[in-house]
Design a protein around this ligand. Structure first.
Ligand SMILES: [Zn+2]
Length: 441
């Protein structure tokens, strides 16, 4: 739900003022030293814990059970004394997470798409939304965006009828939205022509959609207008996608990671290496998976610092990430991670209990130029369906070759079924999930 659709008087004004206030503060706090930033987060955390322990039923009983008080927390690492909060707990007992003084009429209801399970409802304050927007503005400005630049967005627009146009221009934000549900080869030439005609300064959206667009233009030898930067979000951006988009659009790609529940976000600065955690609004912990090797990544556990109306503390974000080995060279004191590997649900766990993170598939297909797009779906503990959009003729020999490569890390016990398709169908949200496990671990 958007802020503009809320009818309460004053909400839009509070949102705009809040965004401006957070943005002004973030311009300064990004340059705090790592120690100063740590101290700032600790003060925010202690305030959150005191408020939650007193006013939120779940945390009140949790602290009683633990025999602890918020005053026992002297460092961010003390957070590990609290248990990880699973989605299921929030889904089953949402009332337990409401602050007793929160005014529901002034909260903004949102929900996860439910692509990996039942939808999950949660509630945000206007301050939370304003802080998120300020983080987005900072990210965009790191990429060079200034107010008024033309934007092409590969997301958010769904044609209602088959005869509706494939794009929609929002004059207020100077954004041309392309439908990501209609990116078939028959339509893509028109996308390229409209893109070139509009001459955007910035491109944003799902990396899979921008990749399909760039790959099509390159394979058809079409000239494409060069924007200033591409800003990706909401899906895993593989190194292959990044390199194709950068080569075809001839501009840098910046990546943003966020959680559906808006607990914490991270994004790349102008160096485009590590991801800075937007630590003014959340704390991110990385917790190793049991019995997994280093390249499988670590669980991302988030604590939101702004949304006191429905606080989520040590919430399992469902994604895996690699920790940063050293700070970012830009000099900002914001915490860093190396990169996000993808959803835990995108990790395939075979019947022999082998963990195969989605990054293994990305790595394989990056070096295999006979495939334009792929999707791996684990349907049974020992069965995967591999959907292929071939880059060129794909026959029995190619299938056998690919089967051999996949068997090397899936193991011979896993049955592999191939399906050749014209395009990979996006989720209802518009995202494409390249690796999906339908098997509960
Ligand atoms: Zn940096």
């Amino acid at each position: 739900m958007t802020i503009a659709s809320r009818a309460q008087p004053g909400v839009v004004r509070r949102y705009l003022y809040g965004t401006w206030r957070y943005w002004r503060e973030m311009r300064r706090t990004q340059w705090l030293s790592a120690d100063e930033f740590h101290a700032r987060q600790l003060a925010q955390l202690r305030w959150l814990l005191r408020d939650a322990a007193e006013n939120v039923p779940y945390y009140r009983s949790l602290f009683q059970t633990l025999g602890a008080t918020p005053d026992d927390f002297h460092d961010l690492s003390d957070l590990a004394r609290l248990p990880v909060l699973e989605k299921q707990q929030l889904r089953e007992h949402p009332e337990q997470f409401f602050h007793r003084y929160s005014d529901r009429d002034h909260l903004i209801e949102d929900h996860t798409s439910g692509s990996t399970g039942e939808p999950l409802r949660f509630f945000l304050t206007v301050e939370q939304k304003a802080c998120e927007m300020a983080h987005s503005i900072r990210f965009w400005r790191w990429a060079g965006y200034r107010t008024g630049a033309r934007i092409v967005a590969f997301r958010h627009y769904i044609p209602k009828r088959p005869t509706d146009p494939l794009w929609h221009l929002d004059r207020r934000t100077r954004t041309l939205f392309f439908s990501v549900y209609d990116m078939k080869p028959a339509n893509l030439r028109a996308y390229v022509e409209r893109f070139n005609q509009y001459q955007p300064g910035f491109v944003r959206g799902y990396p899979s959609s921008i990749y399909i667009f760039a790959h099509f233009a390159a394979s058809e030898g079409l000239r494409v207008h060069t924007p200033q930067a591409v800003l990706c979000s909401s899906e895993t951006l593989s190194p292959e996608m990044r390199s194709v988009i950068e080569r075809v659009l001839q501009c840098p790609v910046y990546d943003w990671w966020g959680s559906n529940e808006r607990v914490v976000t991270a994004c790349q600065c102008e160096r485009r290496g590590l991801f800075h955690v937007n630590g003014e609004s959340g704390i991110l912990e990385l917790v190793p998976l049991p019995n997994a090797t280093g390249d499988a990544g670590q669980r991302m556990i988030g604590t939101g610092l702004i949304n006191h109306a429905m606080p989520l503390i040590r919430y399992d974000l469902g994604d895996l990430a690699l920790p940063a080995k050293e700070p970012c060279g830009c000099g900002r004191g914001l915490p860093c991670i190396d990169r996000v590997l993808g959803r835990v649900n995108d990790t395939i766990i075979t019947g022999e209990q082998k963990y195969i993170p989605s990054v293994r598939f990305y790595t394989l297909f990056e070096t295999y130029d006979k495939v334009r797009q792929f999707q791996v779906v684990q349907t049974e503990p020992n069965t995967v369906v591999v959907r292929i959009v071939p880059a060129r003729a794909f026959n029995g020999a190619e299938t056998d070759e690919l089967r051999g490569k996949l068997e090397r890390f899936l193991g011979a016990a896993v049955k592999i079924d191939f399906e050749l398709v014209e395009h990979i169908q996006p989720e209802p949200s518009g995202k494409i999930r390249n690796v999906v496990s339908l098997v509960k671990p």
